[in-house]
Design a binder for this molecule. Structure first.
Ligand SMILES: [Zn+2]
Length: 261
């Protein structure tokens, strides 16, 4: 797993939260951040656009969906100019697919967008849909977001071991059956401390740690964080998190790599 971005929507010192799961050279990208910066992150991480087999977009907010337009554009450019012959699946809930289809057809020049039908599979997800991605079962679920319809997923990456991504809003009891017993979980901690009044409905380090602890998560990744003190963010957040989560907890910087096993 490569964390391509780790910030919330308004960050300037890192990229917006998105990550790639990679196996045998194939890439499953989750969210794409807010713009063209996704291309820099992919290049720095050594990820080729041609190897992206699946792009899942969790919800329609700018910091998650706009980078997807760039990924689709570059993929189509590769089809036209570099002979890519494959197809990339782009998945999301009904609203994500409606918006993304419109954005791609409206914003991408026709030389490329005319190739969408041949090279891009838009897959509209419903609750509990299961897809095979990277040769593994991935089940999608509605996190019941309050600001936009939002989905997360669980991937069974090895027998009995699950990786869970629960979006950028606080974990809700409806997601319990997914988070319970997860080996790895990616939760948000947009707001570092309990006293912050600007939470806008986001989780804190403490609330996400307590949710993960109750669910018996083994490895917790906290992301969608702020960048006010980015040089010390990892140290400060991990110290705070250790007070509330007894397992392994990580607050990654952009481009940090995790071995999911
Ligand atoms: Zn966000």
């Amino acid at each position: 797993m490569v964390m391509l971005g780790t910030g919330h929507a308004h960050v300037t010192k890192c990229y917006n939260t998105c990550f790639a799961l990679i196996d045998k050279g194939e890439v499953f990208l989750t969210d794409a951040g807010g713009g063209n910066g996704i291309l820099t992150r992919l290049e720095t991480a050594g990820i080729r656009i041609a190897d992206i087999r699946h792009l899942f977009v969790s919800h329609t907010h700018t910091d998650h969906i706009l980078g997807a337009v760039w990924v689709v554009r570059l993929y189509l450019a590769g089809c036209l100019e570099q002979g890519f012959t494959g197809r990339m699946t782009v998945s999301g809930n009904q609203e994500v697919i409606r918006v993304l289809k419109w954005l791609c057809r409206t914003l991408i020049q026709s030389a490329y967008s005319d190739l969408i039908a041949r090279h891009i599979i838009f897959k509209e997800l419903a609750e509990d849909d299961v897809l095979q991605i990277l040769g593994r079962r991935v089940r999608f679920f509605d996190i019941h977001g309050t600001t936009a319809a939002q989905y997360g997923f669980e991937m069974e990456y090895a027998a009995g071991k699950r990786f869970v991504f629960a979006g950028d809003e606080p974990y809700r009891p409806s997601g319990k059956r997914f988070l319970d017993g997860a080996e790895w979980a990616v939760l948000e901690a947009t707001v570092p401390y309990e006293s912050d009044e600007n939470s806008h409905g986001h989780a804190t380090i403490r609330s996400s740690c307590e949710d993960a602890e109750r669910a018996g998560v083994k490895h917790l990744i906290l992301t969608h964080t702020e960048d006010r003190d980015i040089n010390n963010r990892k140290m400060l957040y991990e110290k705070e998190a250790a007070r509330f989560f007894p397992g392994e907890v990580y607050v990654p910087d952009d481009l940090d790599v995790f071995e999911i096993c």
